[in-house]
Design a protein around this ligand. Structure first.
Ligand code: GLA
Length: 575
């Protein structure tokens, strides 16, 4: 847990440490401004309202149930199925995307201008016709391609499907946008075969998608499908180089693991490989793969699978065949509004593993609102078991009272002090809870040196009456009693109509790109929350604008907020 130091002690420590830090905090040759006024205490009431970040995409993809057997009629039937599933969701988020995976470009040929030759016996009316049909159902349409010249799967004649390539990116992504697609998944089988560097490749594709947008006005959600194996290091997963490290600001979501299969060992393997909570924030998502619920696992495993994807805040892309009539229990499994709301929570964070004993795991997710947490008690053992979650593990005041709700049953369980014990979590299954308690007091990060043209300016709506403007780079110093991770909330102003961006670096480590959605044109302060790693003692957080041509937000404050406390040990895949 983080320690909120006494204000005066903190101020003295800050002054001492900022004096020591001067030499290394400011880059040579950049303008610098030291804050002259003492920092302010931050009352809870002064914190900004959280800004909703884009939620993890929800939808359906063809791959798990149809493989390469995609065509106009089957996709049409699946779109009908998804639209009808949506009518069973009584409130909140609904499934949105109908994604056509590999197999749509059967010919693999281009005309003399480089245009895809689409088999019109497979796609009557062409690709734009199926996109139009999907849109007509109130849904969005997705398509698929490889980053390299060769696809992953093989066609009926034994040859590989065909992908895109550097020379075609501009053409191909413009074409997808012109056809009306809203989502594109880009695989890396051909990229790996060519020994392409995933990061460089996907950045080029992101640029092509941006250019397609500026030419057509068609926004496409970019799904990166590289599980993190880089050509120079074939070990899997390549922890330091995977898209969870560089994906934020490149794609909306990125695969983290190998392909899922409809067996529970595969589900838990992908859950473990997807555990990169520092990578998932402000609308960028780790992707443990399309779902295999309702594809032959037991009802208990299916429910665990959906719960674990929801607590992870993972993209909820269904894979089961929706053209067939759905059994009533399958429909309830996929349409529980409270489970979907946990997945789609406004903060967009990944749930953390907060306790582990053998094959019993407690997962918890920080939710928007005051002192709200979601919890999954996951019993991956062979016997039913009681399981306990403590408020301390959830980052709530340990001895306080909290209300507990069973999310699947949609039933309040009562008020409990310090912990809750579920009497009987089924073998291979879960109990999923919503807990509403009392948060610890947030600890302010002291604003310090500025560089690169950044300056303090008046901000009546900011807690301290000032904000950092014209990033540049701004440093904030905070204290932690642990080397485990925790949550920081960043109050900011972005009065443009578009999202602004800044990079966050903790203690000089590799930065991640944060997105700051608009806060409105009237100087209002909004907030986003990010999971970061700490070192015990003093920590330095830098926010900077890596590219001056991209608008950055003004920064009003940084505070550490209470949230689930991760276990120290590495996650066990327990499958
Ligand atoms: C790869 C991807 C899958 C699917 C197939 C298609 O294996 O990881 O999700 O797209 O290719 O061949």
């Amino acid at each position: 847990m983080l320690v909120c130091c006494h204000q005066r002690v903190f101020l003295v420590l800050w002054l001492i440490s900022s004096l020591c830090a001067c030499g290394r905090a400011v880059e040579p040759g950049t303008a610098e401004a030291a804050r002259s006024t003492p920092t302010h205490p931050l009352a809870l009431a002064q914190r900004a309202t959280p800004v909703r970040v884009p939620p993890p995409p929800m939808g359906w993809s063809s791959w798990n149930s149809l493989g390469e057997g995609v065509n106009h009629d089957v996709i049409k039937a699946e779109a009908d199925g998804l639209a009808s599933l949506n009518t069973r969701i009584t409130s909140g988020a609904r499934y949105e995307y109908v994604n056509i995976d590999e197999g749509w470009w059967r010919s693999g040929q281009r005309d003399e201008s480089g245009n895809f030759i689409v088999d019109t016996t497979q796609w009557s009316g062409g690709m734009q016709a199926i996109a139009r049909y999907i849109h007509g159902k109130g849904l969005k349409a997705g398509i698929y391609i490889d980053a390299g010249p060769r696809g992953c799967g093989k066609r009926a004649d034994g040859t590989h499907f065909v992908g895109s390539d550097f020379a075609y990116y501009d053409h191909d992504f413009l074409q997808f946008a012109q056809w009306g697609f809203d989502f594109v998944k880009v695989d890396f089988c051909g990229g790996a075969a060519e020994n392409y560097d995933p990061q460089t490749t996907y950045r080029s594709i992101a640029q092509a998608i941006r250019r397609a947008y500026s030419q057509t006005g068609q926004l496409m959600t970019f799904s990166v499908c590289d599980g993190g194996t880089v050509p120079t290091n074939k070990s899997f997963p390549d922890y330091d180089e995977g898209p969870w490290v560089w994906g934020a600001g490149v794609g909306t979501m990125w695969r983290t693991t190998r392909d899922i299969a409809p067996d529970f060992g595969s589900v838990t393997y992908n859950l473990a490989g997807n555990y990169h909570p520092e990578g998932q924030h402000t609308g960028y998502y780790n992707d443990p793969d399309m779902m295999v619920a309702a594809m032959g696992m037991s009802a208990v495993h299916d429910q665990a699978h959906v719960s674990l994807w929801a607590i992870a805040g993972a993209p909820m892309i269904l894979g089961n065949d929706l053209a067939k009539p759905l059994a009533a229990d399958t429909a309830s499994l996929l349409t529980n509004p409270e489970v979907l709301a946990i997945d789609q929570d406004a903060l967009g964070l990944q749930g953390l593993l907060v306790a582990q004993s053998g094959r019993l795991q407690v997962w918890a997710k920080l939710l928007a609102g005051t002192a709200q947490r979601a919890v999954v008690l996951f019993n991956n053992s062979a016997r039913d078991a009681p399981m306990t979650v403590t408020w301390e593990a959830l980052g709530l005041v340990p001895s306080s009272q909290a209300t507990v709700r069973d999310v699947w049953a949609q039933k309040d369980l009562g008020r409990f002090t310090a912990s809750y014990t579920a009497p009987n979590v089924p073998a291979g299954g879960v109990t999923m809870l919503a807990v509403s308690g009392t948060d610890s007091v947030p600890a302010i990060w002291e604003p310090g040196l500025l560089a690169g043209g950044a300056a303090y300016s008046r901000c009546p709506a900011c807690p301290g009456g000032e904000k950092v403007t014209r990033l540049g780079r701004a440093y904030f110093r905070g204290s932690a009693s642990t080397a485990r991770g925790g949550f920081v909330e960043i109050g900011y102003v972005n009065d443009r109509a578009q999202t602004a961006y800044a990079q966050l670096a903790m203690n000089g480590k590799r930065p991640t790109t944060l997105a700051f959605p608009p806060t409105g044109g009237d100087g209002r302060v909004g907030a986003v929350t990010v999971y970061v790693s700490f070192q015990a003692g003093s920590n330095m957080l830098a926010l900077s604008n890596a590219d001056p041509s991209i608008p950055a937000p003004d920064i009003g404050y940084v505070v550490t907020v209470g949230g689930p406390v991760p276990v120290a040990s590495a996650i066990s895949t327990a499958h």
